[in-house]
Design a protein around this ligand. Structure first.
Ligand SMILES: NC(=O)C[C@H](N)C(=O)O
Length: 323
């Protein structure tokens, strides 16, 4: 039987990282190894798919910007339009992988599998996790059970939702979790097994970004005791068109800070209240302009960027956040 064709878009990160010795697991160079070398290091991939590597970038995931996300999105759309391509894998640094996964959840329409994968140990380390993660990602992208679930994340034998998952540990291998929604599945001897039939997140929005060169600047302002209330004004001076507040608890912001927030909203800046706590929601309250609900600040930022670029009014933006 002919093997499925999978395109791998490589962006860099630890999965492509190189250190000076095999015991070094920090302080290495992320994004040092090209995609063809990563593929060649896992000969078992040739048993599950015919793969083509596309090197989009090769650096740590902190360097990914909106124009790069838009380029990745266009590349994936073009690949998936072809009958010859059954699925896509994206190799990515784990630090911001959840942002790319969330962005693609909102901007890709094809039901074909799209799988993001990273690693926590560089490719040169003893017990590097990248090779098995890559094999599992390609296997998942090639499997029919992965169709119609939106972008997925593979790491450490787990399959999780590109929409909900977060990096929960800065250093541990088992870092990608969605504590409230859970994993979608796991690998049993390299066979993907799902817990549920295909489903997409409730209220998932779709944004057509095919002709977009960039997205508007949206900044995150982190809440803490003794917060400088005017810090928001500095972000606006530097070009922010929208602000996401990483609030304390369930929408908590200082009294002086709230006065500044009200002022900038009147001047046309859209402000979304998210939460600095890992889980939970910011509930609707009279004094909160727009609540992010379950979405963490970094995901709220992307949704707000897309909504602003689509020209949504603040009423419409409120409605898509508060589903
Ligand atoms: N584990 C990783 O991939 C971290 C890396 N610094 C990155 O590019 O995000």
């Amino acid at each position: 039987m002919a093997l499925p064709h999978i395109t791998i878009f490589a962006t860099g990160g630890t999965i492509a990282g190189s250190a000076s010795c095999n015991t070094q697991t920090t302080g290495y160079k992320p994004g040092a190894i090209g995609i063809q070398s990563l593929i060649d290091a896992v000969p078992a991939i040739t048993n599950v798919a015919v793969v083509t590597g596309v090197q989009v970038s090769n650096f740590r995931s902190t360097e990914i910007t909106s124009p790069i996300l838009l380029e990745i999105c266009r590349g994936i759309n073009a690949a998936l339009e072809s009958d010859d391509c059954q699925g896509v894998v994206i190799t990515h640094g784990t630090d911001t992988l959840e942002e790319t996964a969330f962005f693609l959840s909102l901007t890709l329409r094809s039901p074909k599998p799209v799988v993001l994968v990273g690693a926590m140990r560089p490719a040169t380390a003893i017990s590097a996790d990248g090779p098995i993660n890559l094999l599992q990602a390609v296997t998942l992208a090639a499997c029919k059970e992965a169709i119609g679930r939106g972008p997925l994340i593979v790491l450490n034998d787990r399959i999780s939702s590109g929409y909900y998952t977060t990096k929960t540990s800065a250093s541990a291998l088992d870092t990608f979790k969605a504590p409230e929604q859970g994993h979608l599945g796991y690998f049993d001897n390299n066979k993907p097994k799902f817990f549920y039939t295909p489903a997409l997140p409730v209220g998932l929005q779709y944004f057509d970004v095919t002709s977009q060169p960039d997205l508007p600047q949206v900044d995150i302002v982190y809440g803490y005791q003794g917060l400088n209330p005017n810090i928001i004004l500095e972000h606006i001076k530097l070009g922010a068109k929208g602000i996401v507040l990483a609030t304390m608890g369930n929408g908590g912001w200082t009294v002086a800070g709230m006065e500044v927030v009200d002022r900038v909203i009147k001047e046309g800046i859209v402000v979304v209240y998210s939460h600095r706590s890992q889980d939970g929601t910011v509930s609707l309250a009279k004094d909160i302009s727009i609540s992010s609900g379950l979405l963490r600040p970094e995901k709220s930022r992307i949704l707000l960027q897309l909504a602003l670029s689509a020209g949504y009014t603040s009423e419409k933006i409120k409605s898509i956040f508060e589903i």
